[in-house]
Design a protein around this ligand. Structure first.
Ligand code: OXD
Ligand code: MN
Length: 660
């Protein structure tokens, strides 16, 4: 793909929106006409290799229907080629939305509007004809915290009015993408329409995107995804540095129609629709109907010193170390850890009854702060090529900086914070705390294939077999380092009871307080949580299946305000115990919460002094409170709809606590 002209005199911007002849896009309809601010207006026509007329009828119909509503100045069908990507990135640089980071190979920095820095939850909706298909019915006078429902027809009207003309003056990009390896039976296809070049460049990293997807799709069905930043440009209007529309923000899922509509945000999970909207909310409803699981889980391959390999999947709430664990560097000699995915797992039983998992994504959209050579050397080995950083600080030598990189940044560089504060390094410690260099939810968007410990089978279309499922969260007290569920039903209860300290990954909560986050899915359920529990419970009755064991881990236990457990690579010590439990070793004893390690069965060799006893302390009063909080949550949020098995597990837990 080449730039045909960058001379405005040669290539004037069209004054009128794209014209469609007889309802069909004209030839010009597939040209690429990026819109820039008038001061720098230099319209460039980049030839598109896929014409609208090349599209299969269903895809074309979807595009044409939306051209009428969104009224873009142009339409470009993405072929996913590296030439197209280079042109896109060049354009993003020209309009000032990406800055090249000269220190690295093909890396860029984007700074968003301070109003558009995280997923929004309050404006995220699931729309089904019946409300109870989307959200559980809470007790009288209780507000549901398990999702927002709206009537689909009402929401259609609202969205249509938001979308009317919302792409005027912009190009509408058509992104064909596959969640999961192209052509795998476990994969699904989506088509996203967007008016954001940043989204196009990011989707190319996060998904398999482009021509190959259209070839696999043919005229089949796909998840329809429509995204607009909600900032149309009239003739001569100056573009915003980061166009978005906070007032009209809405992220909408329609599981009955496999559709997603997102308006007003250009950031992360709000705009990269393959991720949370599709791979979790829409996919979890497809999974319910087809008998599989779409979960907020990392996938990790572990090989013990004897050469035996097992895979685990682990669900932790956002920004609780999933990416670090997915790329773990074991500190016990002889162990190997390999990464399949860091955020989402799609899992389905195969003919032999094994639960097989794929990572539907193609990249990591990881939280940057806290990532360093100590916490995650493999992420550091991944992210300095072909990466888009968002909302991190930049350094005078053309690099990046965030909290956690203090020891790794050259001493003589000056730092510009994400908000533009120059010489940030000269601020006082207090000022630095008040105004961090990088936004706490700043991210790197980087290809999975670059990870130095990527699993050789990470793209196996059959998936990898899962032996254990882990739940976890940030729990400064009460919850031990590790425990095993007594049974599948108990494991479902453990997942349902998850709580964790709030983090910066979502903009709606104050950091720090304990939030209920069942299965780490609270922001991502595509359907009623009570039905979700029933689905999990039902799975064990699928004929001939081998259920994985379920565990709960907590790396974040504190004493005197300090973490007790070293975490990171030393988490292999806990995984080693889990591995042995999967092999049926007699290394567990019962406790009120579940099975905990028998004394001395966690390998602490070479760890230095560590207060193991306090990592497993479960004071009766704290457990009582835990049980009371769970009961209150289930009663209030699920009211009469608590599955009998979950209620029974709760009663048994209370009984075990009382018996202490
Ligand atoms: C994410 C999240 O971005 O969970 O992965 O918020
Ligand atoms: Mn996540």
């Amino acid at each position: 793909m080449s730039i045909v002209s960058s001379d405005p005199a040669l290539s004037p911007l069209p004054r009128t929106p794209l014209r469609l002849a007889g309802g069909l896009p004209t030839k010009t309809g597939s040209k690429f006409i990026p819109r820039t601010s008038p001061a720098t207006t230099g319209v460039r026509y980049l030839s598109a290799s896929i014409q609208l007329t090349d599209l299969a009828p269903r895809v074309r119909e979807f595009v044409e229907e939306h051209v009428k509503i969104l009224r873009p100045a142009n339409v470009h069908v993405c072929d996913g080629s590296s030439e197209e990507n280079q042109s896109m990135v060049k354009l993003l640089q020209d309009i000032g939305r990406l800055k090249k980071l000269d220190k690295y190979e093909n890396c860029y920095l984007a700074i968003t509007s301070p109003e558009d820095v995280a997923r929004v939850e309050k404006q995220t909706y699931v729309c089904t004809t019946k409300k109870e298909d989307s959200v559980p019915t809470p007790a009288p006078r209780v507000e549901s915290v398990l999702g927002n429902w709206k009537d689909p027809q009402e929401m259609d009207k609202e969205m249509e009015s938001k979308f009317q003309g919302s792409m005027e003056g912009r190009t509408m990009y058509v992104i064909p993408f596959s969640m999961g390896p192209l052509g795998s039976k476990l994969s699904k296809i989506g088509i996203q329409l967007t008016d954001s070049e940043y989204v196009v460049a990011s989707m190319r990293i996060m998904t398999r995107m482009g021509r190959g997807v259209l070839d696999v799709l043919k005229d089949g069905s796909f998840v329809k995804c429509v995204h607009s930043v909600g900032y149309p440009l009239s003739e001569g209007q100056k573009d915003a540095e980061w166009p978005c529309n906070k007032k009209k923000l809405a992220i909408v899922q329609y599981p009955e129609r496999n559709e997603i509509k997102s308006f007003g945000s250009g950031y992360g999970g709000n705009s990269l629709l393959g991720k949370k909207c599709f791979a979790l909310r829409i996919a979890s409803t497809i999974a319910r109907d087809e008998g599989w699981l779409a979960e907020h889980m990392l996938i990790l391959g572990l090989t013990n010193p004897q050469g035996v390999k097992k895979y685990i999947a682990a669900a932790f709430p956002s920004a609780c170390g999933k990416t670090n664990m997915a790329m773990l560097t074991p500190t016990i000699p002889g162990w190997k850890a390999e990464c399949v995915g860091d955020d989402i797992a799609w899992m389905r039983f195969n003919e032999e009854g094994r639960l097989m998992a794929i990572n539907p994504e193609n990249g990591f959209f990881g939280v940057a702060p806290g990532t360093n050579t100590g916490s995650n050397p493999n992420a550091m080995g991944t992210i300095f090529r072909n990466t888009i950083f968002t909302n991190v600080a930049s350094t005078s030598d053309g690099g990046v900086f965030w909290e956690g990189l203090e020891k790794e940044v050259p001493a003589d560089v000056s730092i510009t914070s994400w908000l533009g504060t120059k010489n940030w390094e000269k601020l006082t410690d207090h000022e630095k705390k008040e105004k961090p260099a990088a936004h706490p939810n700043s991210r790197f968007c980087t290809p999975t294939s670059q990870c130095p410990v990527v699993d050789p089978d990470w793209e196996d279309p059959r998936g990898v077999p899962i032996d254990a499922i882990l739940f976890g969260g940030r729990r400064p007290r009460t919850i031990p380092l590790v425990y095993e569920a007594n049974s599948w039903n108990h494991g479902v209860f453990v997942g349902a009871s998850m709580r964790s300290e709030a983090t910066s990954a979502a903009s709606d909560f104050k950091k720090g307080g304990l939030l209920h986050d069942p299965f780490a899915m609270r922001p991502f359920f595509g359907y009623n949580f009570s039905h979700y529990l029933q689905h999990w419970l039902r799975l064990q009755h699928t004929p001939g299946v081998q259920m994985p064991k379920i565990f709960h881990v907590n790396w974040f236990r504190k004493s005197d305000g300090k973490f007790i457990w070293p975490g990171f690579g030393d988490n292999i010590r806990v995984l080693d115990w889990i591995f042995r439990r999967c092999d049926g070793e007699d290394v567990a004893q019962s406790s009120p919460l579940g099975l905990i390690p028998k004394e001395g069965t966690i390998n602490t060799e070479g760890l230095g002094p560590i207060d193991m006893a306090s990592l497993f302390q479960m004071p009766k009063e704290e457990l009582r409170e835990e049980a009371a909080v769970m009961e209150d949550y289930f009663e209030k949020q699920l009211s009469g709809d608590i599955p009998a098995e979950v209620r029974q597990e709760l009663e048994q837990f209370k009984g075990r606590v009382d018996a202490l």
